[in-house]
Design a protein around this ligand. Structure first.
Ligand SMILES: NC(=O)c1ccc[n+]([C@@H]2O[C@H](COP(=O)([O-])OP(=O)(O)OC[C@H]3O[C@@H](n4cnc5c(N)ncnc54)[C@H](O)[C@@H]3O)[C@@H](O)[C@H]2O)c1
Length: 313
């Protein structure tokens, strides 16, 4: 069912003070969001959602910040300050004194719902609870919470330290105070926020997902090769990446999850998951993060995945 309820998103709310931020999940997005928060001067607790040491994660971030210092893009003092403000842990309880939680774990509604329920037992009733979901209903996550007015979406883009846009998702019972606070916070993080009603895929993924799916269908029809379709969109439509490069960059599991959520909402054939996408995810070829997806990144420069000779459907 399409969500058609129109919420007044132009009311002005009171701004609450955010002093400390908790980020749940240290995957590609969680780590990037935690970096953004600490780089903007907020003490940040980043919770690794799966067991095991956090040393590798801190070392990886240290390395990528050092590269930025080498390239002259970050002052060494800023790098040290960022790392100093970041605390990595596997204990959810350590976000107890945070004023804002940004959840960025796996794109699975039931797992996220369970996390929101646990978080309500950990943080104060005033702390804001937000999700970085790409396409899940923020209202459905809000529904499991007691203090629904403080629940909203805070959708960053990949890579979070570079991309300026953040979609602030106004769900069914989100308060104007929550929205106003998140709007100001995003600006403090150096971001460029837009307030969006809770519609599956919000603005960007609602438009981008069907576009990537159409490219996969063109490949399946034999209209063009992966490289030709990407080249056409870069050279002809001035896109910085072609649709296959973009899908690999996002992660094909994430693209598939977005597709399923949008399909379940719209029930239209053009947003059903294409055969090739399903098969790649089943095989564990998830794009850049696994070194193989529509492209094979184990060779330089990457080549189109040789297993994807068409017709593939
Ligand atoms: N990849 C993107 O381009 C992008 C952009 C914006 C938002 N998002 C959203 O951000 C969130 C995280 O995506 P990502 O790209 O960082 O994915 P990722 O695969 O890099 O990270 C997923 C995280 O979830 C954790 N996880 C795995 N199984 C879990 C479980 N059973 N319970 C709890 N945690 C578990 C992993 O340890 C990891 O930290 C998702 O909601 C996704 O939709 C992704």
């Amino acid at each position: 069912m399409l969500e058609t309820l129109v919420i007044n998103i132009n009311q002005k709310g009171n701004i609450m003070e955010i002093k400390k931020i908790g980020v749940m999940g240290c995957g590609a997005m969680g780590l990037g969001v935690a970096q953004v928060c600490a780089q903007a001067g907020f003490p940040t607790v980043a919770v690794k959602a799966t067991p095991g040491s956090t040393d590798k994660i801190r070392a990886g971030l240290d390395k990528s910040l050092s590269k930025m210092v080498e390239r002259g893009k970050l002052a060494v003092e800023k790098k040290d300050a960022t790392l100093g403000l970041l605390h990595f842990t596997t204990s959810e309880a350590e976000v107890a004194d945070c004023d804002l939680i940004i959840e960025s774990i796996i794109e699975d509604q039931e797992i996220k719902k369970a996390l929101f329920q646990r978080l309500e037992g950990i943080v104060s009733p005033q702390a804001l609870l937000t999700t970085n979901t790409s396409t899940l209903s923020v209202t459905a996550l809000m529904a499991v919470c007691k203090h629904r007015e403080r629940v909203a979406g805070l959708h960053f883009f990949n890579p979070a330290p570079i991309m300026k846009l953040v979609e602030i998702i106004h769900a069914f019972e989100t308060s104007e105070d929550t929205i106003a606070t998140l709007d100001q916070l995003c600006k403090k993080l150096g971001k460029d926020p837009v307030i969006v009603q809770d519609t599956t895929g919000f603005i960007v993924n609602r438009l981008l997902t069907p576009y990537m799916l159409s490219a996969i269908r063109l490949l399946e029809m034999g209209t063009g090769t992966i490289a030709d379709i990407d080249h056409a969109m870069k050279s002809g439509a001035a896109h910085p990446m072609g649709p296959f490069e973009l899908a690999d960059y996002i992660g094909l599991d994430v693209v598939e999850a977005m597709t399923m959520n949008i399909y379940q909402d719209m029930h239209q054939p053009h947003v059903a998951p294409p055969h090739t996408l399903t098969r790649l995810v089943q095989l564990g070829y998830l794009g850049r993060k696994t070194n193989k997806g529509f492209y094979d990144y184990s060779v330089k420069p990457p080549i189109a995945n040789p297993q994807l000779r068409h017709p593939v459907a």
